[in-house]
Design a protein around this ligand. Sequence first.
Ligand SMILES: [Zn+2]
Length: 196
Amino acid sequence: MRGRDSPLRVRKSLNGPLVLPPRDHPSSQSSERLTLGLLPAFLRDYNRQPEQKASVRLLRESRAAGPPVLRVAIPGILVAYMKLAPVHVDNAALRVMSITFMGSSESRPPNGSSEYAVFQQATQHFARLLADRDDLPIGLLLDLLSTYDVLFSHGCVLCGTLLSRTRRLPPVGRLWNEDPEEGEVPWQPCHIECIR
Ligand SMILES: [Zn+2]
């Protein structure tokens, strides 16, 4: 199956395709230091963006309730829980610790795990991304998550098929394309198997 994103040119770094923008790319750097105090207004603006595919909600608004968690929902596709590092003062910069994926139909708590291989693979993929880059801006991660609206409909940009060869999973990974067509998001779906 060919999605709107294929066939496409994929820019390769020396080590292979880029799964994130380079560290010196503007989207890798927070335009402002996002804090717990600024988060509600940031999310309000984020959810108001036209054609936004994901809706984001802050589950724990006070420091006393525990580390903040963002619930990111793409209706009919997935729910992702973005766990933030514990905040000790309201003006501390927020940092994402982990992102757990589940299916929209699964009613599980934020610390649960999906029974579906596709969402387990997505959770593992983001654990690797966050282990590699622990300073990724929340806005960049939300933009990346919002591209999963095409998880079950768009093929892999590297092999051109919807389901991967061995595990038969849809394109759970994303490649960064720094030169997207006008109106296109800079992320292209790809299988985890095909990145490696
Ligand atoms: Zn592929």
